[in-house]
Design a protein around this ligand. Structure first.
Ligand code: FES
Ligand code: FES
Length: 206
């Protein structure tokens, strides 16, 4: 028998040993996994009280530990902040985009508990008194919405982008909105509005 075939055989032998070991480990798993999961359920049961900072104000909410930021905003805040839209609820559309410490985040994929100690901004926090923000105004002037379901999410993504860099280019704005979907196809108007908002912030007119 050649050296090659011996080592192949021993490899296969070893592999079957590993497989058997794996089977033993797997058969041992259910009991401990079950115990683990019931301990986890115990830990997750009930409600927790969180203090969130939303649009510059403190909000205390009582929620289940698994509550998303989106749910906390829309259901548990007083008054409810329903400007952030619930569409897919699984990170596929961007309608729920908010800014957390200035960065765009899907509120449907963020636990409310993970937003504690961070500054959350939603579309309700953009106006200054009766005045629209530069991005909101540009969306209005450039007809950057049709049905409007995606609009708050786009407004927040564009706001994050333009506040970071008022001189953002068309490509940079596009990239900033890559996580937002518009089924009505208003993308060109959204990008025009974003560039116009940048010009306005830079003091170069509309
Ligand atoms: S609702 Fe959050 S990504 Fe669609
Ligand atoms: S305006 Fe209708 S989905 Fe974007």
């Amino acid at each position: 028998m050649s050296r090659k075939s011996i080592s192949r055989r021993s490899f296969l032998k070893g592999a079957s040993g590993v497989a058997a070991g794996g089977a033993i480990a797997a058969s041992a798993k259910p009991t401990s996994a079950k115990a683990e999961s019931s301990r986890a359920v115990e830990k997750l049961a009930g409600t927790i009280e969180l203090e969130l900072s939303i649009n510059g104000a403190k909000q205390r909410v009582k929620v289940e530990p698994r509550t998303t930021l989106l749910n906390a905003l829309r259901v548990h805040c007083e008054p409810p902040l329903t400007g952030t839209k619930l569409v897919c609820d699984e990170g596929a559309c961007g309608a729920c985009t908010v800014l957390i410490d200035g960065e765009p985040r899907y509120a449907c994929l963020t636990l409310a508990a993970d937003a504690v100690g961070r500054e959350v901004r939603t579309v309700e926090g953009l106006m200054r008194g009766d005045e629209l923000s530069p991005v909101q105004e540009a969306f209005w002037e450039h007809d950057a919405q049709m049905c409007g379901f995606c609009t708050p999410g786009f407004v927040m993504s564009v706001t994050g982008c333009i506040e970071r860099n008022p001189a953002a280019t068309h490509d940079e704005v596009r990239a900033a909105c890559a996580g937002n979907v518009c089924r009505c196809g208003t993308y060109p108007h959204v990008f025009e509005a974003a560039l116009a908002a940048g010009r306005r912030i830079r003091g170069e007119g509309k």
